[in-house]
Structure formats: C-alpha cells, structure tokens
Write a protein that binds this ligand. Sequence first.
Ligand code: AHR
Length: 512
Amino acid sequence: MKRTIAIIVLLVCAVSIRAQQTTHLVVNGYDPKTIISRHIYGHFSEHLGRCIYDGFWVNDSMNVPKKDRIRLDVVEALKKIKIPNLRWPGGCFADEYHWRDGIGPRKQRPTMINTNWGNVTEDNSFGTHEFLDLCSLLGCEPYITGNVGSGTVEEMSKWIEYLNFDGLSPLTTLRKENGRATPWNVSFWGVGNESWGCGGSMTPEYYSDQFKRYATFAKNYPNARLKKIATGPNSEDYNWTDVIMKNIGTRMWGLSLHYYTVPRTWGNKGSATDFDEKEYLTTMQKCLKMDEMITKHSTIMDKYDPEKRVSLVVDEWGIWTNVEPGTNPAFLYQQNSLRDALVAGTTLNIFNNHSDRVRMANLAQTINVLQSLILTQGNKILLTPTYHVFDLYKVHQDAKLLPIHLNSPDYTIDNQKIPAVNVSASQDSTGAVHISLVNLDASKKITVQTTLEGISWKTVEGQIITSAKFTDVNSFDKPDNIKPTVFKGAKKSGNELTAELPPLSIVVLELK
Ligand code: AHR
C-alpha cells in the first residue's frame, strides 16, 4: 500500500513538473537610453478588400455614427489604443494610385480599376482630404506612400506641394478651393512600395537611382521636413539592404522591411482558425524569425551607418493565412485567433528590444484585411485579440527601453523547438516600469522570477490575454470571448518579482 502511494505521489509530481517550469529574468534599470518610438505601434490601411471601403469609409446609408463617411466607432476604438500613425494608400495599390484622381468634388472624380486586389472599381471617393481628415480624427500622423512604379517624379513632387506648401501656387489655390486652407505638413513619406515586386520589379541598383531622382524633387517645405522612407528588403534579401545602404545611406530617414508570418506556404498559407499544435509551433517559429532578420539587416546598416541615423521601418508585418472560406480571395479577409495575439505580443517585444534601430512599424492591416485589429459586419464591429494586445502594450510608447536578460525554457513538439517565453520592458516618464511577457507554450505554466536591477518599486498590477485554445477567436456572436482581464499571478518578495504565466498567455505588468 505504502509503495502504491509513493508511486502515485511521484507520478503526480512528475506530471506537475512537466506542466510547469521556472525561468529567470533580469531587467536592467540602470541608465536606460533608448526610447521605444511610439511609431513602432503604427498601422496600415490600403485600398484593399474591405479595409477602406466598408471599413473606415462607409456608405451614407449605413446606420452608424459617422463624420462625413468615416465610421466613428472605429475611430474611437483606434484612439483608445493611441494609434500613432497610419500608412496609406498602399501597399501595391500605392504604385498605381494617382492622387489627382482623389481630390475635388467626389462625383467628378474619375474611377479606376484596382488591378492588384480583385480588379474592383475604385471610385476615388476616399482620397487625400478624406485620409487626412481620418488621421486628424484619430489624432495620428499620416504616413503616405508615393507612386514610383507607375507615377512620375513630377506627380510625387506636386503631391507634396499640395500637402505641405503654405505659400501661393496653383496647387495651394486648388487645395483651398477643395476646402483646405492650411497645409497638413505630412512628414512620413514612402518613396514607392515593394519596388522589388509589385512596385516595379526593380533591382536594388536601379531603385537606388530612382530613389535619388524622386527624393531630389520631394521638397522640404517650411515646417514640413520630410522623413523619406526607401523601399527596403523583402524578408531575408540582405543584398537589397546592402546595395541601398551603400548607394543611398543617410539620405533616407528610413529603410522599410516587409516580413509576413505565413503558417504554411505562399501557395497554401493555412487556415486562420483551423490548425493543430504542430502548425501553431511552426507559425510561432516563423514569427520569431523577425528577430534574426532585424539583427542581420541592422548589422548591414551598421556598416554604412554606425551612428544608427537611418531607421528600420517594418511597415508591413503580421500573420497572413488563407482567406475565410466563401470570401473573395483577392480581399484577404481573415479571422483573428489567440495565435494572432501571440504573434502580435511576440513581434512587439522584438521591436521594443530593437528600438535602437527599429523606429517605426505598421501592422497589416487595420480593418478586415490580414491581421486586423477590427472586423466589421454591417453596423457591428468586433475588436480582435490582436487589438487587445496593442491596447495593453501602448504603455511602451515613447518609454525608455530597459534591457533584459532571459534564458527561456524551450517549447518543444516532436523535434521542433522554440523559446517558450519572450519579454520586453520599459520605464515611462512617471517612473512606472512595464514588463510585457508572452508564454508561447501550449500546455505549460511558466514561472518567471525577475530581478530588477536599479529599480525600486512597491506595487505590481497586471493584465492578461489568454484563452483555452490557440484557435479561439472573437466572433460577432461572442465578441468578448478573448479580452484583457486582471492578472493575479504576480507577487513581490523583497525586490524580486514572481509571475506565473499560464500557457498561451500575454501578460503586461505595471510596477510602481
Ligand atoms: O498587405 C498586403 C500586400 O502585401 C501589400 O499591398 C504589399 O505591399 C504586400 O505584398
């Protein structure tokens, strides 16, 4: 009998050891220097599927609060997460967009075919004025991408004059006739998009010369110094970065990087909601690749720009899956699960920890497209698990990065393994410290014991985003299935902090 009890006790202990682990984290609060730019928390809105039309910009007949045709419930949700900037009009669409078609009386605006996204007719009712009105309602900075692929140097130059010049010219007169007396002073300016692909299939050598031509005539008007952002590499194209840095160097404010987390392959990306644990782990492995890519691109940039004057701008990132069954394949509409939230939390931790070089980023795309923050259905809106991550992480915006050291345990299935935990930390202007922790392990609780060096604090509070399964979603029937709740798993003993992270969780702690 005694032997049986002993075996049972041993088995119970073994199971509970298997189901939980402990790891140690050090947060260094001595003399933090790097600021986590709030622009890392930026978003992207392209004329694609239902992002602009039926997302931000709805028909007059739609029964929702609106300013002009801009949906105000969407605006309120994005203001809550302090959206710092919004990228527009694309994407691939930017390199076939002609801005003059989108100004003036709406009924007189010419239509065009959106050849990249389903050959739908674009009526140009949402153009420059409407986008900038949206940014002003959101209280965010506009980030406009000019047309290098099918446009001209003159067209881009004149758009900037229309936007930013305060003096007398035919274009500023036209702007006034169209209802805007003062310039908008737009500063974030993309010189083309994916010029290696949908933006013109250019080589990096050819693009460098194009950038210089376009940038020469993209003028800095008083109070509107442009932050020119060059088309950067597609994922791991390190040669692109090398050539652009060599040829353009510090003449650009930023170099963009596009990288999407594709669970399977580009031909069959995998479902947004129906996947097993193996596919979940592969997805997170691909998401974590962002860290390696930023490190390698930054190392190349350091060669030409050791003072890190040029920013790395990850202006397209996120998970890209197959579209929802039954929806237009060209509209890229996908659901958003707890897995998406874990992708967001992990990627934002990576960006924070690289904020000496990464000073801007844009999740693709805000509403109804790819890894969205918001989904809409008629007059209903739904906040996705990804939205809630941005809500919790907003505390890092413009705070000082606190360097960390973490030896994460592995999360292993079959022969695949990834670090189970990722973390970033910052200190805001009031002295409060925020630590964002992600536990990717699907079954193990992980206890993180933290030593805080150079930080004195008295209290800890936290919030958590989690759910039973990585496939769990918010739906229009159950919109609050996944949302932040109070986290009770953190405690202080002496100056040590202990946090028990449940499996599949994102936790943000505040220490005061
Ligand atoms: O975000 C969808 C598309 O992905 C963008 O239009 C393009 O830049 C990228 O290839």
